[in-house]
Design a protein around this ligand. Structure first.
Ligand code: Z5A
Length: 206
């Protein structure tokens, strides 16, 4: 029995965590076993790397170290959680995956996307999401929602142009990988966002 791998992408505050819970509840109502996880993180060591990546205090994180640490955490996550869960027939719902590295470190920081894809191929081997839901909204909307929610981490201290590049990067990725990406307007009401999510989940389950 083989499970499925669903990833949720988008800038901060667009509603990824909120909708992962919604997706998980829907799949559980269909008697599907789900595992909700996140990047960076998901396993003990990957969560330790997350702390290094998002901490606002201490030693400066060089951009190349940041890029490699996201992939180091991902390797722990894939080998010790994602692949075993899929092989046991579970649905893994993941808050961000390699598309985030292309959007943030590629389009945001300016690393060459070709180089990122080479590292991604080493780390992921053949693993690709079956469905990637991109929650898309103008950067100001997500930033405002994230601010209303509370404290900010190291990755949330960039200026607005950084997040606009990230958004553009995501939209280009969605256009390039139409086989697995769906784009949902996350500036709409949560009710409308979730109606669209259900439509795409039902298609995946067909
Ligand atoms: N990062 C990277 O650079 N490279 C990588 O490879 C990876 C990650 C994997 C991880 O942050 C950071 O790491 C992230 C990218 C970077 N940083 N940045 N910047 P994280 O995992 O801690 O958090 P996040 O990814 O930035 O997401 P978030 O801030 O937790 O937001 P969210 O999960 O998308 O949103 P939410 O918490 O579900 O919703 C935010 C609020 O909006 C909340 O009060 C909701 O009730 C509300 N909401 C949600 N939807 C709606 C709608 N439709 N209408 C109105 N209000 C809504």
């Amino acid at each position: 029995m083989t499970g499925k791998f669903i990833t949720i992408e988008g800038s901060e505050g667009v509603g990824k965590s909120t909708n992962i819970e919604f997706i998980s509840n829907y799949l559980k109502s269909k008697d599907i076993t789900t595992i909700e996880t996140r990047e960076p993180g998901g396993t003990k060591t990957a969560e330790e790397i997350r702390r290094v990546l998002l901490n606002t205090e201490g030693e400066t994180v060089p951009e190349i170290a940041e890029l490699l640490l996201f992939f180091a955490a991902r390797s722990f996550h894939i080998e010790n959680l994602i692949k075993p869960a899929i092989n046991q027939g579970h649905y893994v719902i993941c808050d961000r995956f390699s598309d985030a590295t292309i959007a943030y470190q590629g389009y945001g920081r300016g690393f060459d996307v070709k180089d990122i894809n080479i590292i991604a191929a080493w780390v992921q081997k053949k693993l690709q999401p079956d469905l990637t839901i991109l929650l898309d909204a103008p950067a100001e909307i997500g930033m405002q929602r994230a601010k209303n929610r509370g404290s900010i981490d190291r990755m949330e201290t960039e200026d607005i142009s950084f997040y606009e590049r990230v958004r553009q990067g995501y939209l280009e990725l969605a256009n390039e990988h139409k086989d697995r990406f769906v784009v949902i307007d996350a500036s709409q009401s949560l009710k409308l966002v979730q109606a669209e999510i259900l439509f795409h989940l039902d298609r995946l389950l067909e």
